[in-house]
Design a protein around this ligand. Structure first.
Ligand code: CUA
Length: 330
């Protein structure tokens, strides 16, 4: 091959690599990593992406060069090109290079997988109970919550189970995912490093309320965590708001005190007017609408709200939620 051709192919490859790199870097593909495991998984992504960009650049360069140099000189040219038989050296090269790359990716992935299965010293053990359509987190002192509070920098070992169908625990910023399966206990380790609040999302289609099966994890400083445990581990938000948020009420309903703007269900800011139309006293109306949503349907709305909250919420949570909604209703 002439030296000029190699320079031309290299030039096309550099342009293709630059475009591939720009697409990889300029678009925020991944959530911001907030844990040790997520940092390692991101490393595997980037390691693989660099290899993929290199392969892409070479393939595109050869393709464009071939189309450009070996095109038919005129539309009337139907002559065959010269017959070429196999090129053993070339075949060895294009088999050996991918073999080396795939082996490198396997080794890096296996190391990360092994590291991500290791808890640091003194992990915090949290039992996670999943059911249609809510999460429950039991702490070492036996207290149960609908959300998680954990200290930054300490490994958290989650032991998951489910009462009904398969669910899956996922916090995008912590990267790790694990199924909650009826009848067996599964586990994962997350080591949050960045203080903040992140969503806990069920990532296994588990029924009608799957999209509502959300909670949140508060990652706080170790000092804040110690104080949280000492003061009895209550939510930093009001208990009613916590129930409202962890059951995803705001994704369908507007309610100004909770800062939610959902438009699928009736506006909860108008609860008083709605109770009047239903001819039910306000507190009883709110209670009834949660437990038996079809008892009264606001004009213009269908029976779309899941009929699960009567069973899913404990009596205390239901009281907290009703109280919260009634006190915020205009
Ligand atoms: Cu639980 Cu999807």
């Amino acid at each position: 091959m002439r030296r000029g051709s190699i320079i031309q192919i290299a030039a096309i490859a550099i342009i293709a690599a630059a475009i591939g790199t720009a697409v990889a870097l300029l678009i925020p593909w991944l959530p911001t990593a907030a844990g040790k495991e997520a940092d390692r998984i991101d490393f595997v992504y980037w390691f693989t992406t660099v290899i993929a960009i290199a392969v892409f650049a070479v393939v595109i360069a050869v393709l464009i060069y071939s189309i450009w140099k070996f095109r038919a000189p005129s539309p009337d040219d139907w002559e065959d090109g010269p017959p070429i038989h196999g090129h053993t050296k070339l075949e060895i090269v294009w088999t050996a290079i991918p073999a080396v790359l795939v082996t490198a990716i396997s080794i890096v992935s296996a190391v990360v997988l092994a590291q991500n299965g290791q808890a640091g010293p003194d992990p915090l053990l949290v039992k996670v109970h999943a059911q249609q359509f809510a999460w429950e987190f039991t702490y070492p002192n036996g207290k149960k919550y609908g959300f998680m509070t954990v200290p930054a920098g300490r490994s958290v070992k989650l032991e998951l189970n489910s009462t009904d169908v398969i669910h899956s625990f996922w916090v995008p910023q912590l990267s790790q995912k694990q199924d909650a399966v009826p009848g067996i206990t599964t586990s994962i380790i997350v080591t949050p490093t960045k203080v903040g609040t992140y969503p806990i999302i069920c990532t296994e289609l588990c029924g009608l309320g799957h999209s509502l099966m959300r909670s949140h994890i508060d990652v706080v400083t170790p000092a804040h965590y110690t104080a949280w445990v000492k003061q009895g581990g209550s939510s930093t938000t009001s208990p009613g708001l916590a129930v409202f948020q962890s059951n995803g009420c705001g994704s369908c309903h507007t309610f100004t005190p909770a800062g939610s703007t959902g438009k699928i269900g009736p506006d909860l800011d108008d609860l008083k007017a709605e109770a009047a139309r239903a001819k039910v006293p306000l507190t009883a109306f709110v209670h009834q609408s949660i437990v038996d949503p079809a008892a009264y349907l606001e004009p213009g709305y269908s029976d779309a709200m899941p009929h699960i909250f009567g069973e899913q919420l404990s009596a205390a949570q239901l009281d907290q939620l009703v109280h919260y909604l009634v006190s915020g209703a205009k």
